[in-house]
Design a protein around this ligand. Structure first.
Ligand code: ADP
Length: 505
């Protein structure tokens, strides 16, 4: 990506928006919801300017009902759960190929709708999306149970069956990746799905729905209902005919999803929620590398990442040098138009609400007595651009050190010993990511084993792959995505027992 940026690669073209309706049973349709005027729409905006990109059909409860009905019919009577795993895998591979073929267009669409850097999005998000479809395509014909040697004159086996209709509620920070890392294992398992993209970024999900149709995924297997959380999202979470929900988003909404499940049909839910992940830098680390890691761990995707390492702990003896190098490096950091400025390291925050929220956290940090080492101000003539903020003199009990900000705000803190670093890293209710930077593998290993997190990176950060389980503990949720374990979220185990004599086996 860096090479592409330096070579002065041509700017990505602003794409034409082709799909703005709900995708139900293989057709793009208007919203019907009776609770709002039929044909109702909402506007999605370009965070570079705040201008409207397109009006998108706004799904509500009745639209969700139609989408769930289509998914239910496709599951109960359609070919998808009944075809062989290898055939499902073949179709999913075609879907992956189409995603790759449209990588430029998808990346540009994500930039337009979400303010992301297109070159990075193409390499990281779209690469991961196609990778996820391929990974689970390969798993689709390897789903099987076990035979059980039972006591007495019986024999048993387990079947792993698709759970049914999966409701997939996704956020706005990595829309294409989030769509595919949830859709791919669900499809491989033989489930059918209803996806609700975030209201800030509905466009890529609709684009992907069209590609899925082109790939030959039967009508009703994938349905996409753009709309708002408390209406369309809540309708999915509380639906009696949705068999499981996989959600990625805030901890606050994660609670609502679980409550909705408990109040409706007790559908299993999986939640990938917020974080306040620590990055621990020891005094023997290569400090230049550590600075680069701290920057990307905080400012990648403008800090809009649930695993962002927003608490950076630096060992006291190298703290001053680290701080100086970091401040120096941030001078060449470019905040700019992701679609027109090839030098840009960071685009605008996703929308006005998020922009204002991040700025208010920065103000709060100043009021709490933390010091701004760099950035922390809005920038640009228009749009939602923020100079990335690095706070020093941060105390553990400050709001900026405790709450997830979900923007380009780094908190720098000092520590003395390994024990202290581990204790402070764990002094949070979240438990998503963690990073350790050291040349001493014994120290690294102590941190790796002691830190409460779902993902730990040693001398790297954000390195991910489709076979890495991605999820957290505590208030970061449970039942993550990616890796073979994600398949289990969409499968139910059925135990079958028969007498040995007269056994069907
Ligand atoms: P963020 O705070 O990052 O915007 P949210 O958790 O609010 O994250 O949103 C993530 C996803 O959850 C979005 O698709 C959003 O529309 C949806 N959502 C928000 N509120 C609810 C709700 N009450 N029930 C179901 N889904 C919701």
């Amino acid at each position: 990506v860096e090479a592409e940026k330096k070579s002065g690669a041509p700017p990505f073209e602003v794409p034409e928006v082709r799909f703005t309706k709900l995708f139900i049973n293989g057709c793009f349709v208007d919203a019907v919801s009776v609770s709002s005027p039929p044909g109702r729409t909402f506007q999605t905006r370009d965070p570079r300017s705040g201008d409207v990109i397109a009006s998108v059909a706004e799904g509500d409860r009745e639209d969700v009902d139609l989408a769930v009905k289509a998914a239910r019919d496709a599951f109960d009577h359609g070919e998808w759960p009944r075809m062989s795993g290898s055939e499902r895998g073949r179709i999913m591979t075609r879907f992956a190929e189409l995603v790759e073929r449209h990588a430029d267009e998808l990346a540009a669409l994500e930039s337009l709708d979400g303010g992301k850097l297109p070159a990075v999005t193409k390499a990281v998000d779209i690469g991961n999306a196609a990778g996820s479809l391929r990974y689970f395509a390969g798993a689709a014909d390897k789903i099987h149970g076990e035979t059980l040697k039972m006591r007495g004159q019986f024999q048993g086996c387990t079947l792993r069956e698709p759970l049914g209709v999966a409701g997939l509620i996704i956020p706005w920070n990595f829309p294409t990746t989030m769509f595919t890392i949830k859709v791919a294992p669900a499809l491989a398992a033989g489930c059918t799905v209803v996806v609700k993209p975030a209201e800030q970024t509905p466009l890529s999900a609709l684009f992907l729905a069209d590609l899925a149709k082109q790939a030959g995924i039967p009508d009703g297997v994938i349905n996409v209902v753009p709309g708002f959380g408390p209406t369309a999202g809540a309708a999915i979470a509380s639906h009696m005919d949705v068999d499981t929900v996989s959600f990625t988003g805030s901890t606050e909404v994660g609670r609502l999803i679980m409550e909705a499940s408990a109040r409706s049909n007790l559908k299993p839910v999986s939640l990938e929620l917020g974080g306040k992940s620590p990055l621990i830098i020891f005094d023997d680390a290569d400090l230049d590398m550590a600075v680069e890691l701290a920057i990307s761990a905080n400012f990648f995707n403008k800090g809009e990442a649930c695993v962002a390492a927003s608490r950076v702990y630096v060992q006291e003896s190298v703290y001053d040098r680290f701080e100086k190098k970091l401040a120096e490096r941030m001078r060449s950091w470019v905040v700019g138009d992701p679609l027109n400025d090839p030098r840009a390291d960071q685009g605008p925050q996703v929308d006005k609400a998020q922009y204002e929220r991040v700025l208010s956290y920065i103000e709060h940090g100043k009021r709490e007595g933390a010091t701004l080492l760099t950035g922390g101000r809005p920038c640009g003539q228009k749009g939602y651009y923020i100079q990335p903020a690095v706070f020093t003199n941060v105390k553990e009990d400050m709001v900026i050190a405790k709450e997830e900000i979900f923007g380009p705000v780094m908190c720098l803190m000092k520590f003395k010993t390994v024990e202290e670093a581990i204790a402070r890293a764990n002094a949070t209710r979240y438990g998503l990511g963690a990073g350790v930077v050291t040349r001493d593998m014994e120290v690294a290993s102590r941190v790796v084993r002691s830190v409460r997190a779902g993902l730990v990176w040693v001398n790297c950060y954000f390195a991910l792959s489709n076979d890495c389980p991605f999820g957290g503990r505590g208030m970061s949720g449970f039942g993550g995505d990616e890796g073979m374990q994600a398949l289990d979220k969409y499968l139910a185990v059925k135990c079958v027992v028969a007498p040995l004599r007269g056994s069907p086996w």
